[in-house]
Ligand binder design. Sequence first.
Ligand code: SF4
Length: 410
Amino acid sequence: MITYRKKPTERSEKRDNMFPFPAIRPGQKEMLEDVREIINVGGTLIAHAPTGIGKTAAALAPALEYAVKNDKIVFFLTSKQSQHKIVIDTLKLIKNKKNVDFTAIDIISKQAMCPRGIAKEYYAVFNELCKIGQKTGECSYARNYNKDVTHYITENILHVEELKDICTSMGACPHKTASNAIANAHVAVCDYNYVFSDILETILDKTNRSLSDMILIIDEAHNLPDRIRNHLSRELSVNALREAAREVKSANAHVENKIIHNHLTKIIRSFNEFAKDVSGDEHNIEKRVIVNSINKVLSESLDPTDYDTFANTLKDASARIAENSEDGASYVMNVAEFLAGWNTDLPCSRVFSSSPPAFSLKLLDPSLISRDIIAGVHAAVMMSGTLYPTGMYADILGAKKKKTMLREYE
Ligand code: SF4
């Protein structure tokens, strides 16, 4: 429950205006009023606002006012961890100056918050090892739910490094503690990926909230289209396949490793054959060309399998290989991720480059991911000093024209 320390008239006034500074600049005032309006009516604001105007406070104050009063959660999304600091500092200022209680959680990737040595592994291998550690009970941090530390991080607004240190010193997993705390938070400060990737589903499940409970503030939003495209982009070279085969071979003589090594060797051979048959530097190729070629190789093997099963086998084997090989398993995981990504039904460009031989996959239209999210949240504020022309960004990200406010501030 939210508690206020001031008498009723004063506290409602504080909740109605959470702007924490004594003076407001002209462009900042205009932006704050637009943010307040779009959040009140629901929709998207695309704000081109120069550096120095005070965008963070102009967006955060009205969003927080609405979230506290209407039981919503503000997701303040950034493209870099370095941008979290100003957001957390502004939230601390609001809490102190306005004397209003609210909960804010600063969170980064699980890997960057993990206190264990496995955090040094390739991220996808790390994810597998983390899952195994939780399942088997090998990770003591995951087992240790600490009520006191959860209480502390919800009562105090902390930078993620402070949060990580406190959780680690109390023997609790920093990421798990922080993500559980988001369930009752008014603000979460995190990376774009928390909303514009499959992490969103986990977050909604964990927080027991729906998209319409979210108010998004997307900082440096000119980066968002490329971040969405890159998140679904993959590349696989014949060299990377060779490295994956080497990792498997150096792991141990596990019978499954021998089979995987055999399959990888055959795929390398078939890709080399493919490279010999094409002329020129770059070619667009269809999804089925690679899928069929790999399926053929795998089905003719002494231990027959198929494309999807092999991709899953590689993923599952990567943690075991990483634990048994001095070379880790980053290439094995890279192959697994490429195979899974290549098979997507989303419209992507698929290219083969001959020198060095490599296949690449890139999502063409970021709005395929962003459109439904932007339409589904309560309100979204996208802001940047280079979000111009604003209408172009609305189109690229699939914001509905009728519900979108385009603004440029000075
Ligand atoms: S559960 Fe937490 S502490 Fe354990 S491996 Fe995963 S991220 Fe690290």
